[in-house]
Design a protein around this ligand. Structure first.
Ligand code: ADP
Length: 483
């Protein structure tokens, strides 16, 4: 609206108030230019024709005199009331002309413009006078031009009428366009603000995308807000899960510790056999607690990116065999069949302790979830560009829907039994460690048939290694390979 007002003010000022003045100065400029042209024509001997043409085209009365006031050339297209013409016919002869040339000489100028009222025409006139010395001559000559300044009152009247219409139309248009734009622009923003207020109040069911048709930028904004909302929703849920998980996992061992401590106090304190058994349970539960706490700390350290890898080169065979020896007791006592299907040994570069953690986790999970089958295989598959390590069990497997979630924090299968020690953090710790190494990793699983957790250690000559691990780093963006 302000812009429209500005345009209208400019239109009114220029078209209405300044038009007469502008017209007059344009007319003076044109007369002065005509004089210039005519002097040139006089010098080249074309004065007669040019004089006639200029007088005819512009309705002028033109007179060229010598210094004594004698008319050398003249042309009149202004009518019989021309002052110059009447003056030339006057008894006392060339009064106006003489007066002008005398004024010119007095003021030491070579040109003069006067605006006077013509009493016969009742209009304004421009009387222009200029002195010049024709080429090849010494005597000064004068050119006089008389032009009428037509009254433009009627024109101004028409323009004013038109301007009134233009003003009304422009204001209406501006109003309609403003309404339209503001409706399209501000309505969605108002809606987004309302939705955001509801969202800030804790309502996660709101949809920013429902704000109606609008400009692309606003549509994009609402899409981004929807995404942000989903992410915040996830984090919120995760936090709730986390508290539920941690409090559950903390409460149960604490209850056990309390119960068995009370039992020792009230009942088994004096029976060494029973007391030892109960103390053993308390120790186990305390271990479970410290395990949970250290896992939480470890994961937060890994996720905050504060962990530095301490990479060394070591034999893969030695590493896996070393880990498996620790399961000997389990194999002997509980009938597990855990074996290493090796390929040719390779020297790999990784953080040995962290890799231990990953392998332990995969194997422990395989043991925990292998059910009655109890057959677990750790496999080494040498490939040209990498060494693939797989830990396979033939247990209950993981359903298709749950497969993408197993590497998520605090995810635990629905029916994980209490006796299966775990925090739901193991695989997310593995994920962070493998990501940090730049190893590709994933899981293949079929419900009822078992699961294979795998990762691939890049194997290349040192100078190519960094490029390869970058590639593996890209792959890890989709860490859960599902088959
Ligand atoms: P947890 O401490 O519960 O084992 P993890 O992060 O190690 O936590 O594993 C997350 C979940 O993934 C487990 O609760 C389980 O449901 C599922 N899972 C992991 N490994 C296996 C496996 N070998 N077979 C079946 N399910 C598995």
């Amino acid at each position: 609206m302000i812009f429209t007002v500005l345009i209208l003010v400019l239109l009114w000022v220029f078209q209405y108030f300044f038009l007469a003045g502008y017209y007059r100065s344009a007319r003076i400029r044109s007369v002065s230019n005509t004089a210039e042209t005519l002097i040139n024509a006089y010098n080249t001997g074309d004065a007669d024709f040019e004089l006639m043409r200029a007088a005819f085209d512009n309705s002028l009365c033109i007179v060229i005199t010598d210094s004594g006031g004698k008319m050398l050339k003249g042309e009149n297209n202004l009518g019989s009331f021309s002052r110059l013409l009447m003056d030339a016919q006057n008894d006392h002869g060339y009064y106006v002309l003489h007066k002008l040339s005398a004024e010119l000489a007095d003021e030491g100028k070579d040109q003069l413009t006067k605006i006077e009222k013509n009493e016969y025409f009742k209009s304004e006139e421009i009387i222009f006078c200029r002195s010049f010395v024709p080429e090849g001559e010494e005597e000064t000559c004068y050119i006089y031009i008389e032009a009428s300044v037509e009254p433009i009152d009627s024109t101004v009247g028409i323009i004013r009428e038109q301007l009134i219409y233009i003003t009304i139309i422009l204001f209406e248009l501006a109003f309609i366009i403003t309404m339209f734009i503001s409706k399209r622009l501000s309505n969605p923003i108002v809606n987004i603000t309302d939705t955001a207020k509801k969202f800030a109040g804790g309502d996660f069911s709101v949809e920013f995308g429902q704000t109606g048709k609008s400009y692309q930028e606003i549509t994009e904004l609402s899409e981004v807000l929807d995404k942000a909302k989903d992410e915040i929703g996830k984090v919120n849920k995760l936090r709730a899960d986390l508290i539920a998980n941690i409090s559950h996992d903390l409460r149960t061992p604490l209850t056990m510790v309390k119960a068995y401590a009370e039992m020792i106090r009230d009942f088994s304190g004096d029976i060494p056999e029973k007391r030892n058994e109960h103390v053993g349970i308390i120790i186990d539960e305390a271990d479970r607690l410290s395990n949970l706490v250290s896992n939480i700390l470890e994961l937060s350290k890994l996720e905050s990116g504060n962990l530095e890898l301490n990479c060394t080169e070591f034999s893969l065979h030695d590493k896996i065999r070393d880990i498996l020896t620790r399961y000997t007791l389990l194999i002997e006592q509980n009938g597990y069949d855990i074996a290493f299907e090796s390929d040719e040994d390779r020297i790999i570069r990784a953080d040995a302790d962290k890799l231990d953690q990953v392998l332990y986790n995969f194997i422990n999970n395989a043991i925990n979830y292998s059910g009655e089958n109890k057959v677990i295989r750790v496999r080494q598959l040498n490939r040209e560009d990498c060494t693939r390590i797989e830990v396979t069990d033939n247990g209950k497997g993981i359903s298709k829907e749950l497969l993408p979630k197993v590497f998520d924090r605090y995810y635990r299968g629905d029916k994980v039994q209490r006796d299966v020690v775990g925090t739901g953090l193991g695989l997310s710790i593995c994920k962070e460690i493998l990501k940090k190494h730049g190893f590709a990793f994933g899981v293949l699983s079929e419900e009822g048939k078992g699961s294979t957790f795998w990762f691939e250690i890049p194997f290349e000559k040192p100078h190519k290694q960094s490029r390869k691990s970058e590639k593996a780093g890209e792959e890890e963006q989709i860490p859960h390979e599902q088959e």
